[in-house]
Ligand binder design. Sequence first.
Ligand SMILES: C[S@@+](CC[C@H](N)C(=O)[O-])C[C@H]1O[C@@H](n2cnc3c(N)ncnc32)[C@H](O)[C@@H]1O
Length: 525
Amino acid sequence: MAVSEIASDDVSGETSSRYDIIRQELALLSDWHRMRERGGFEKDGDKIVRSGAGRTRTLKPKHLEDFSDDDYEAYCQGHPSELTRKRFSIFNRFARSVCHMKAIARKEIFEAWAGALYVYETFLSHRALTLQQKRRPIKRFADLACSHGLLSWALLLLSLSEEEEEKREQSENQQQQTQQNYQASRPVTAVCIDIAMSKSSETAAGIFYKEYPQFCDDGSASVESPDNAESFSRWDYVEGPVENIVPHESTLLVGIHACGRLSDTIINLAISSNAPLALVPCCHSKKILTPEQAEGFAALLASKPSSSGNAPIPSYTLADFMDSMRKQRLIDAGYDVQEVWIPVEFSPKNRILLAIPPSTQLPSSAAIALTKPKPKTWGIPYFPIPLEDVSNARSVVRSVAGRVTADQRREDAHPPPAISVSVWLPQEGPQNDGDNDRDAISVQALQNVLNASDQDNTTNGSTPTMRVEEPQRKPYVNPTDGRISKTFRVHYLDCRNNKAKARARHKILKEVTIPHHFPNVVIRS
Ligand SMILES: C[S@@+](CC[C@H](N)C(=O)[O-])C[C@H]1O[C@@H](n2cnc3c(N)ncnc32)[C@H](O)[C@@H]1O
């Protein structure tokens, strides 16, 4: 089955025209930023060199002027609608924030923005309510395999703008916010999930929170649950695998550039919970095909005519084949699936599947076999990420979100190496000072010595690199000569994932540090 761009008979006229507006808007944006010319070749003296011409170059504060509202207004005077103008202004602000990150290639803001416009209009906008018929409004989305998470910020900015507009209208109409209309006007919240939380996602969060303080505190918690105010931030980032999510129909699943099988995993998660889904599959590979599918694809290619007069033959790719199967799976589960495209000059992996679930889940969908979450991913034990859009689940997500908790999970799963050292305590005798000598080496005494050596050796001084643990076992008494041995466990805190370094440090501890500072004890071999 060939995949074609928005077939006019499978979407309502209204939706189709809204997508048309977005398409025109993106074409204008592309022209204005010369995106088609970027990313090709440019002249370097007499030579033509491959340049990137800015498409893949990192945006920096010096590019702020490329996203000025004034220039844009002059460029398209009188052309676009009021809605388009407003969205351009939001885009410019979004892009200016990204320039401050100094980490993102130019093309990425266009990719994220194009994806966000289609996703927002289909699922999150107030205008989307007609499209979703009688479903509850969607107020939460999960950006799966989100990397830097730019798409989530673009979606939040679009929702913020609509929300502010609504507040203005409400105050003009002097409407009271009631619990009933709160559900519709409640702010959109986001959870980003990626197996590896990138540094750029943290930089983005810092910049967007500073630029838009409303994202941290909007007072909405007290409206929703006056007795148990939830600390309300609209955005969380959980480092963890997509397989850990517990999907729910109240939360939109978004997977942009979900590589290979990850796209299928996300489709399964959506169907199993009747959740709405927006997906941009990427990294199509024959390896994912079953033998029958591979045969089917080969047969389809063979059946295509090699020429047809002078008309160019529409190329049919592996991506077309795989995505049409994905689309069919969703349709079989009762979804209304629409297909739109990110302009190719923004991203060559550009097909977006927008899948609206049926109002009642088909029984076969609920029974779908999900990929079982692994007991451990990268050594980190399984933890659930519940996506239902209710206060409790959002709090659970909050409790597993962020850099600190991610580091803690990794630390708990991969503790730093610890190595024991045993020493013979000095024997009581006329030349020894009895109990004083026995206590000469203790956990505290050894820790003090190690802390002092940290102070001498490191520039950051105050962070200990070794921790001595209280011996668990009772001291050992040698039955032949009555000598007593004590064991200490030393944790090499800065040698995580580097046992060799810990062993080298331990050797120095045994051969140099202890003999020097505790001359009365003997290392047990
Ligand atoms: C091609 S990037 C897409 C990033 C982003 N959505 C975008 O469009 O720019 C794929 C991302 O998927 C993440 N990823 C791969 N497998 C994953 C899994 N099982 N669970 C969560 N994230 C995963 C990777 O860490 C990477 O950030």
